[in-house]
Design a protein around this ligand. Structure first.
Ligand code: HEC
Length: 119
């Protein structure tokens, strides 16, 4: 084997080792915060500040700050319902109906609800 083919072989070996790891990484499911922050999922930060989460940067202020949620929504089901379909409470809201329009799956909605519930 000359130097080039040795290098090519090493690269091929490296790719087979690294690739499955990268694939697994990409498939890692997002947690509640990840879903809330992800622009292709909840994108809650586009409209809401989440003052108790230091990682919630550059939030929009179209919607109210999500803070002290547990005291205002003692009933978690009401919070989930707000996120599932905000138009039920306010037909003119700009908040997308995440559950009704299947923007988030039911399982994802639960994760986001749990995360917001703790804020
Ligand atoms: C396009 C803007 C927009 C996005 C995106 C958005 N919201 Fe909202 N949200 C609003 C607005 C506006 C309100 C104010 C209530 C209304 O319009 O009826 C609101 C209200 C709420 C409320 C009630 C707050 C209160 O003080 O009672 C909760 C909880 C909430 N949003 C959670 C979320 C979560 C969680 C996400 C992400 C999954 C999200 N919102 C994404 C615009 C948005």
């Amino acid at each position: 084997m000359n130097a080039t083919s040795t290098l090519t072989m090493s690269l091929l070996v490296a790719m087979t080792i690294i690739n499955p790891v990268m694939a697994a990484d990409a498939e890692v499911a997002l947690d509640g915060r990840g879903l809330a922050f992800d622009k292709n999922k909840g994108n809650c930060l586009a409209c809401h500040a989440i003052p108790n989460d230091p990682k919630a940067v550059s939030p929009g202020d179209i919607g109210p700050a999500l803070i002290g949620i547990k005291s205002r929504y003692p009933d978690r089901a009401k919070l989930r319902a707000q996120i599932w379909d905000a138009t039920a409470n306010n037909p003119k809201t700009s908040m997308p109906p995440f559950g009704r329009n299947k923007i988030l799956t039911e399982a994802e909605l639960d994760l986001v609800t749990d995360y917001i519930y703790g804020m």
